[in-house]
Design a protein around this ligand. Structure first.
Ligand SMILES: Cc1cc2nc3c(=O)[nH]c(=O)nc-3n(C[C@H](O)[C@H](O)[C@H](O)COP(=O)(O)OP(=O)(O)OC[C@H]3O[C@@H](n4cnc5c(N)ncnc54)[C@H](O)[C@@H]3O)c2cc1C
Length: 369
């Protein structure tokens, strides 16, 4: 039996329960990158697309609230999960169409995100190389519109394929319908809990245009070689390894909070008191602040409450140094948000989904507009 840490980088290939069988009191510790203990009242995994619709259609209201689980790298289990955890492990990468300029590829939701990036780079398809080494599954990449080093996944999504949890019927959403924003989409808000994403169709470039907008990527490339897809992937991986704790060693879920955005008036008043405040224009007279900087200024970097701690290298990353519970990590996050609000008047919004508070919901009948 693997320990939860050994299981993390391969958690989509765990020792598995029998197909389509509902497991009760199922352990979730190996299935979340914080490595906190929790269990699911009921758990079912799907290996095939064809299994999902009959399962959902046959049980419109059974099993209580439902939580869809990917790689568990953006979730914090604050308590046991009441209801049913649905775990789609669908695999497959298929080229649907290609011409001289671009390629359309359908990638099933249960593929590991970074395996897909590696495959794209290997095939010479450009667009996601800056998103190398982000943990988790392909299906979840659309939920919060994952982003890093100047690229967001929305720029390469053509459409999202899903099934409605209410009745198992198939849905296809064009990227323009999905409400993608900074770490945001309709799947996270308006449509929360309504759909299980089964696959994403990506449009990647066969004549890549490199995004070198991050000075750090450029600096790293100087040591590696000229900009190519493989070299950019290499540079991004090096940068990420130097900055972020590896969840296989120290439990974490990456950035715990989003970077807050404020109006020009708020920015100006903050800068009167803190002239060194880092800020980034968003182009709509709003400005993004660095949540890490705000947290560090409040003295949290490296501090711990029991085994729940703020990472020593990156103040935006909360870590489980050993046996922290989900509730302890949640309490630490609340203390951090309270002190940032008190000192700067700025509210921090969580990027990580807290379960059960934020992510289980009753099956519904909502239809997208
Ligand atoms: C070390 C580290 C670094 C990270 N760096 C980044 C980064 O640079 N940029 C970034 O954007 N994120 C980053 N993250 C966060 C995380 O990797 C991403 O949000 C990722 O997309 C989560 O994928 P997952 O499969 O683990 O989703 P989970 O954590 O399992 O789930 C996240 C949410 O998606 C929902 N969900 C999952 N799969 C499906 C599906 N098939 N259908 C419908 N809903 C689904 C869940 O219900 C939940 O609401 C990082 C995390 C870690 C641990």
């Amino acid at each position: 039996m693997l320990s939860w840490r050994q299981s993390l980088h391969a958690n989509l290939d765990l020792e598995r329960p029998p197909l389509m069988e509902i497991q009760v009191n199922y352990p979730l510790q190996p299935l979340n990158t914080f490595g906190v203990k929790a269990q699911a009242e009921r758990y079912v995994r799907f290996d095939e697309l064809a299994e999902i619709a009959p399962f959902l259609a046959g049980r419109p209201n059974a099993g209580g609230p439902r939580l869809i689980l990917g790689g568990g790298s953006n979730l914090l289990f604050a308590k046991d999960v009441h209801g049913t955890v649905l775990h789609p492990l669908l695999k497959g990468i298929d080229v649907l169409h290609q011409d001289r300029e671009a390629v359309l590829v359908r990638v099933m939701a249960g593929e590991a995100w970074d395996d897909w990036v590696a495959a794209a780079v290997h095939n010479g398809w450009g667009g996601i190389e800056n998103l190398s080494l982000i943990p988790g599954s392909v299906g979840a990449s659309a939920i919060q519109n994952i982003g890093a080093y100047g690229v967001e996944v929305k720029s390469v999504i053509d459409r999202v394929e899903a099934v409605a949890l209410a009745d198992g019927s198939a849905r296809v959403f064009a990227a323009s319908q999905c409400g993608f924003g900074y770490r945001d989409s309709h799947f996270k808000r308006r449509w929360r809990g309504r759909y299980l994403i089964t696959a994403i169709v990506f449009k990647l470039l066969r004549r890549p245009r490199f995004n070198l907008s991050y000075a750090g990527v450029q600096a790293q490339l100087k040591q590696i070689g000229p900009p190519t897809l493989a070299n950019i992937r290499h540079a991004v991986i090096d940068l990420r390894r130097s900055k972020l704790p590896d969840p296989a060693v120290t439990g974490n879920a990456g950035s715990f909070f989003k970077n807050p955005t404020v109006s020009r008036a708020v920015l100006n008043s903050l800068r009167n008191a803190h002239p060194e405040l880092p800020h980034y224009a968003q182009g709509d007279d709003r400005f993004k602040l660095s949540a890490a900087w705000l947290i560090e200024q409040c003295g949290w970097k490296g501090r711990a409450l029991g085994d729940a701690a703020v990472d020593e290298r990156h103040a935006l990353v909360l870590v489980n140094r050993g046996e922290a519970s989900g509730e302890e990590i949640l309490n630490l996050s609340r203390s951090i948000a309270t002190s940032v609000k008190k000192r700067f008047g700025v509210a921090l919004e969580r990027e990580v989904r807290v379960v059960p508070n934020g992510d289980t919901c009753q099956p519904g009948t909502h239809r997208p507009r």
